[in-house]
Ligand binder design. Sequence first.
Ligand code: SF4
Ligand code: ZN
Length: 299
Amino acid sequence: MKCRICGKKPVIYMPHHRLALCKEDFISWFERYTDRTIKEFSMFSPEDRILVAVSGGKDSLALWHVLRKLGYEADGFYLHLGIGGYSERSRNKVESFAKNLGAKVIVVDLREEIADIPQLERLTSREACSVCGLVKRYNFNRVAKEHGYNVVVTGHNLDDEASSLLANVINWNIKYLGRKFPVLEEEEGFVKKAKPFCKFSEKETALYALLNGIDFIEEECPFSEDASSIFYKEILNSIEEKFPGTKMRFYLEYLRKMYPRFREEEERTLQPCKVCGEPSPSEICPVCRLKERIAAKRT
Ligand code: SF4
Ligand code: ZN
């Protein structure tokens, strides 16, 4: 097999694109493809103030790297989740990456805001990832507005998107399906959100990060072992092995054929939370309710 562009030895073969590329051509293809996805979904333009939610992992750091390289003035946001040594090590990765990039990173410590994830898990008896998702979404939006950013971008890749789609289709979670799109416009107290890596597989983002010498945290969050998303990813990977291209088709055909239908059904009424002012489905938002419970426990 040879690189389709220059004929050199390839570093990757992407069956869903029927494309083999060498190191240099893969890097430039990856960057062009990111920009094409940004434009295809009208995610943002160089005039926007972009905040990249970074975890220290390969996807979010690679995304930040690509955006800056493409000329977008993107800053980083790191939410310290208080998950022991894992959070400390990922914070260090983010801070040194920001320094090398010459970019600004905003750090918020969840332990000062409310409580760490292990405590929130115990308090709510919800899966750690579910409460973590809630506080992350809340803080991404709140911090972006507070610092004057109008778009929040995350490093979700095709594997993330296809596996969460599968989980929500299996459970016919219509509410979720009506909001499953790589870009969500600004509305009622929410800034715009975008996922420019939604068409890259995990293997592609990992390779891009490695080839660019990005120093990301390789260890997984200790809670990820119990995460149901891992199980759905494994199922999709075994289907993909037998029928290459399934993952991409499943996701893209959903966006094209099904999303418009579910979107019509998705109706949500939000109001500003009486405590913090963030958009909320009830008088007091779920995060402020969590804060009240934590405060009551401490007194
Ligand atoms: Fe949060 Fe779960 Fe991800 Fe850990 S694995 S960072 S708990 S969502
Ligand atoms: Zn609130």
